[in-house]
Design a protein around this ligand. Structure first.
Ligand code: COA
Length: 260
């Protein structure tokens, strides 16, 4: 399979998947999500591979969010479908029976933060910045953010991050439990590979069963939460504020919201 938006590298039984759209800070569009889905399925089925590391190409971004230009024209049903695709791919990452580590090398915003949260472990560079800025664009988080963020950092912090839309630095993300370790930028990949190799040296079935157990212990009506999140995400595209928020970003100006 030839990929256009991601690259894959194998280091023995560890695979590194890099999102590779540097011109848009690795923003996720439909084609990229579908490529991630195909690659994650192949990783999951490949008996030679034990641990997956997901990172962003270049030195600025892990993933700066879902692609705003691609989302701008959506209507409510288009928005719901957009969110459902993200859910499908991120839930695949979360539920494959092998560990996935996010190596957060820069901006992890919106869908980027949600991608990192779908991974089992999050390692960040000191220069990473994380956040859920969707409300600044007139939409809500749509790729599992409202569920996974609250689970990771508690409802209060999740609401603070989502309602303010503000970015936080790696040290603060570590403090609140959004990332699990922070490293100097130049050490991040080396440390991620080292951790992946440590995991890969352990009993594969025990690691697999542990992932299933921990995931199951966290399930709180995920199906219902997904329906609510994708439905309300889609509804945002029926508002004028969505066009204003995303239009303002694309035109590089400040958004003026009407609450309509
Ligand atoms: N979707 C589409 N394009 C994006 C993008 C996204 N999520 N994030 C960044 N880009 C593009 C920019 O439009 C810009 O393109 P251009 O060079 O053609 O103008 C390019 O990536 C570089 O981004 P820029 O904004 O110039 O870099 P910056 O250093 O000034 O700011 C960010 C970096 C990440 C703070 C800023 O790009 C940003 O806020 N991005 C959107 C984050 C977001 O809201 N994500 C959630 C989306 S639902």
């Amino acid at each position: 399979m030839q990929y256009e938006n991601i690259t894959l590298e194998n280091l023995q039984n560890v695979q590194i998947l890099s999102i590779n759209r540097p011109k848009v800070l690795n923003a996720l569009n439909e084609a990229t999500l579908l490529e991630i889905e195909t690659a994650v399925k192949s990783f999951s089925e490949d008996k030679e591979l034990a641990v997956l590391i997901i990172t962003g190409s270049g030195d600025r971004a892990f993933v700066a969010g879902a692609d705003i230009e691609a989302q701008y024209p959506l209507d409510a049903e288009g928005g719901r479908k957009w969110a459902l695709l993200g859910h499908r791919v991120f839930t695949l990452i979360e539920t494959i029976e092998k560990p996935v580590i996010a190596a957060i090398n820069g901006f992890a915003l919106g869908g980027g933060c949600e991608l990192a949260m779908a991974c089992d472990i999050r390692l960040a560079s000191e220069k990473a910045q994380l956040g859920q800025p969707e409300v600044t664009l007139g939409i809500t988080p749509g790729y599992g953010g409202t569920q996974r963020l609250a689970r990771l950092v508690g409802a209060g912090k999740a609401k603070q991050l989502v309602f303010t839309g503000q970015r936080i630095k790696a040290a603060e993300a570590y403090r609140i439990g959004l990332v699990d370790e922070v490293f100097p930028p130049e050490a991040l990949m080396e440390e991620a590979v080292k951790m992946a190799q440590t995991i890969a040296a352990n009993a594969p079935l025990a690691v697999r069963y542990a992932k299933i157990q921990i995931n199951q212990s966290l399930q709180i009506n995920n199906d219902i939460a997904t329906t609510v999140e994708t439905g309300l995400f889609g509804l945002c595209y029926a508002t004028r504020d969505q066009k204003e928020g995303m239009g303002a970003f694309l035109e590089k100006r400040k958004a003026l919201f009407e609450g309509k």
